[in-house]
Design a protein around this ligand. Sequence first.
Ligand code: NI
Length: 250
Amino acid sequence: MLLQHATWIEAEAYLKRSTGIIMPIGSTEQHGPNGLIGTDALCAEVIARGVGEAADAFVGPTIGVGMAVHHMGFAGSMTVRPSTLIQIIHDYVLSLAHHGFRRFFFLNGHGGNIATINAAFYEVYAAAEGVLGKAGVDEPLRCKLVNWWDSPQVGALSRDLFGADEGSHATASEVAVTQWAFPDTIKQAVLDPPRAPSGRFHGPSDFRRRYPDGRIGSNPGLASPEKGKRLYDAAVPDLAQFYRDFVAGE
Ligand code: NI
């Protein structure tokens, strides 16, 4: 269930049986000529809802704008600085910890967030030790980061469906998931070359110079709603098991 669709009475009842919550986190940034600017946030949110249903767990509000400085060369992209994102994660987690939530399962849709999320977890732990203290009395606060593509079934399926055309930004898989979840938003675009170049980048202008249409190594022209449904169906059971193991673990 979405936290935002629950009442406080339901939240209080939930906390009597679980202290776990799924926290979707993504990004709002360009995803090439046929990928939605919201791709990373939308994928994280849609998959988190499925995992929440499968694991009978609450799903918190999506952190929809992430660390995407390198995408700012393209219209519509938004970013928060790493320091801002750390504060957002800190405040989201500590708000919920105040009520008794203790296991925070961050379901991430954007590779650019990973370093900052891990840094934020240590800010949270530092604060939680001070606020909650009393080691051994209270259940310890734990955070975990999982990217939706960490699902082994997703990895196998995306290799099967797209091979080397999967790429690393504006991937065929993530575009497919949004095409399935939001069929009214499917875009048609010429992708030239069909598979974008691969490589590294530095800041926003360097990114745009190397990857003029925004993609890295991908051919999202191979995406389809049907493939997106298969990827979603592959992701949910794996990630639900990751969640259950995390909540039950030390
Ligand atoms: Ni993405």
